[in-house]
Design a protein around this ligand. Sequence first.
Ligand SMILES: [Zn+2]
Length: 84
Amino acid sequence: MRYFDNFPEGKICAVCGTGKNGKTFLVPIDGTESGGNVEATPIHADCIGEFIMPLLRYNRQVGIFYFWEHEGVKLNEPFNLEGR
Ligand SMILES: [Zn+2]
């Protein structure tokens, strides 16, 4: 999973709406696949939870995050932002 120790300058986290610095993951955006590449949106690790980050996809049109089948792992339950 692509992640960075610093949030990219000039970008906004789609979850919290800020660009504060911190560990950041890039979540693939639906409909942006092109030639094996995909556009991604930066999300703070703190904003969703690091362990589910590799499973997330972002749909910009609808404005939702959802799980994507990834490396044989499939989760169908909606995730709970409060944790369990
Ligand atoms: Zn955030």
